[in-house]
Ligand binder design. Structure first.
Ligand code: PLP
Length: 396
């Protein structure tokens, strides 16, 4: 009657979602202002003005069919052309609009891409700690997840470990920079070293290894940190982009897949993406939002608001005694758990109404993720609770 796999997936909610649900219940019980919910990566800064202006303009001036009608399955060609043009202007990379597929956010981009390129007997490398949904998408494609730890002191790429994990069956590696959950941005040197390694392995095994560049946080970086555009370094790349975070529109479900024209058999890869998307029902991404993102592609959110939160939280927590790598991008702080078991620590934090996500589901124990995409006042009110929590743990 029902498939066991789907049942198991549906029954076991993601830890992040569980905590978020708990937060809603708890807020009803004791008042919103008394719960410090750092669980979900829901952008807190308003969408850039350009998004609102564009929506208004479209609603006032477009016909129903132009605005709400079906586009072609891969998205409106005019939209894909604009995105390709902006990609060239921003990254000096010649994307081909014929190889861009509009999707419902990065989740759909990743699941379509993985189902298009990986299957049974294939292995997909993920760098731990990693976004937990990768496992769902990879396994849904029938492939096997291979976890490769990043360096434990910096969470940067451990090229030696990637080398040791790569074999004949390696079909792809997912690179997420800026990274959820660590906030780390992989340096140009690291991306070059990775690219050299993958080229060498490809030669050695006579196979294709695709880099899947999962980039929902591309625009969210602090200071003058440089985020290398991976297709400029490695030809066999598929970019999975989402506007959820950059334009603060995660509920609108819009993003795209860009198959690099430099990729071997690029056209066939694109057709496979079309086929995978079709079989999963991801055709014709929301048409009004296609139009909006075509105009607003490349616009960054109010980074200063996130930066203030980052500085306030990082400084306060390290001053209290916690340890963390200072994030360079995204809006997450990956904190070392002061207790050996991060889940136990999160349960203790709950007693102080601090809702944190244990790192176990990210493929790496002993840490917690704090999503600081919240109002600054939430962080200000939470700091005394963190202080008390730390004191209790250290004093036993
Ligand atoms: N990839 C990473 C690393 C994410 O953090 C997220 C969402 O938080 C996604 C993909 C999915 O993004 P979307 O909401 O665009 O589907």
């Amino acid at each position: 009657m029902i498939t066991e796999r789907a049942l198991a997936l549906g029954k076991k909610r993601s830890t992040i979602r569980e905590i978020f649900e708990y937060s809603m219940r708890r807020k009803r019980e004791i008042g919103e202002e008394n719960v410090f919910d750092f669980s979900l990566g829901n952008p807190s800064v308003p969408s850039p003005q350009a998004v609102t202006d564009c929506l208004k303009e479209l609603i006032e001036n477009e016909t129903t069919v132009a605005l709400h009608g079906y586009t072609s399955a891969a998205g409106a060609m005019a939209v894909r052309e604009k995105i390709a043009k902006k990609t060239y202007n921003r990254f000096d990379f010649k994307a081909n609009p014929e190889l861009i597929y509009m999707t419902c956010g990065a989740a759909a981009s990743l699941s379509c891409t993985l189902s298009a390129i990986a299957g049974e007997k294939d292995e997909v490398l993920v760098l731990s700690p990693y976004f937990p949904e990768y496992r769902v998408f990879i396994e849904n494609a029938g492939a096997t997840v291979v976890e490769v730890p990043t360096k434990r002191d910096t969470f940067t790429l451990d090229i030696e470990k990637i080398k040791n994990a790569t074999n004949k069956k390696t079909r792809a590696i997912i690179i997420n920079s800026p990274c959820n959950p660590t906030g780390v941005v992989y340096s140009e040197d690291d991306i070059i070293a990775l690219s050299d390694l993958l080229k060498e392995k490809r030669e050695q095994y006579g196979t294709h290894i695709t880099v899947i560049a999962d980039e929902p946080y591309r625009e969210i970086v602090y200071g003058d940190v440089f985020v290398p555009y991976i297709p400029n370094y490695y030809d066999d790349t598929v970019v999975c982009y989402s506007y959820s975070k950059s334009l603060s529109i995660p509920g609108e479900r819009i993003g795209y897949i860009m198959v690099s024209p430099q990729m071997q058999y690029a056209e066939d890869v694109f057709y496979a993406v079309c086929g995978a998307a079709r079989s999963m029902g991801y055709v014709c991404a929301p048409s009004m939002w296609q139009r909006v993102v075509a105009e607003c592609d490349g616009i960054a959110p109010n980074i200063e608001a996130y930066n203030e939160n980052r500085t306030l939280l990082y400084n306060a927590l390290t001053e209290i005694g916690f340890t963390a790598v200072k994030p360079e991008g995204a809006f997450y702080l990956f904190l070392k758990s002061p207790m050996p078991d991060a889940k136990e620590f999160c349960e203790k934090a709950k007693e102080y109404e601090l809702l944190l996500v244990p790192s176990d589901d990210f493929g790496c124990g002993g840490y917690v993720r704090i999503a600081y995409c919240v109002e600054k006042s939430v962080i200000e009110r939470a700091i005394p609770a963190f202080r008390e929590l730390y004191k209790e743990i250290k004093n036993g």
